[in-house]
Design a protein around this ligand. Sequence first.
Ligand SMILES: *Cc1c(COP(=O)(O)O)cnc(C)c1O
Length: 216
Amino acid sequence: MSVEQNVKQILRALPGGVKLVAVAKTRTPEQILEAVAAGIKVVGENYVKEAEQAQGIIGNRVTWHLIGHLQHNKVKKAVQLFDVIETVDSVDIAQEIDWQCGQFGKIMPVLIEVNSGREVQKSGVFPENVENLVKQSALFPNIRVAGLMTIGPLSENPEDSRPYFAATKKLFEELKSVKLPGVRMEYLSMGMSNSYQVAIEEGANVVRIGRKIFEG
Ligand SMILES: *Cc1c(COP(=O)(O)O)cnc(C)c1O
């Protein structure tokens, strides 16, 4: 099927209130444009450089989420390019985002990336440290903590992801009781092409889909 058909089919089947992020890594701007023409409103990029190229062509008709790991030396570019940063996993990176946002007069909505599977090689903060990072990030004036994001251990079988999604949803609900001016727990970003249905069942309201849009 075409990109257009894929997008339309996914959008038709999504429950109300669930946002679709089209994951554009390795895709050409032309492919992304096709997805946008079919109704995509949010594009997710893993790399600052790819985002810059794509934005040169696609511009502000969509909003842009950073979904890849953010390095310190890319923060300045990232805060200029992105509308949401989904991958905050340390106070250091939050502080750098805050400082750079200050330079550009921007308030950045961020999600805290949870390493829900406690995998050593993966980015994200361990579940037991999330509350602390939420509270510390919320102290920065140019950051608004808007929710959580998780990838979880990758597996062929989406049912393997369910416990990690469920645990992240529980954390998300608990954090709604954090009453700080810089925190509003709105977005729970979980689920990819093979797992988004399970993620939605477990409470995701943002899903990040690449292959099923561009290769399906
Ligand atoms: C690549 C990627 C996705 C999308 O994965 P697909 O299997 O292509 O749907 C979602 N989230 C992150 C963080 C990714 O890097």
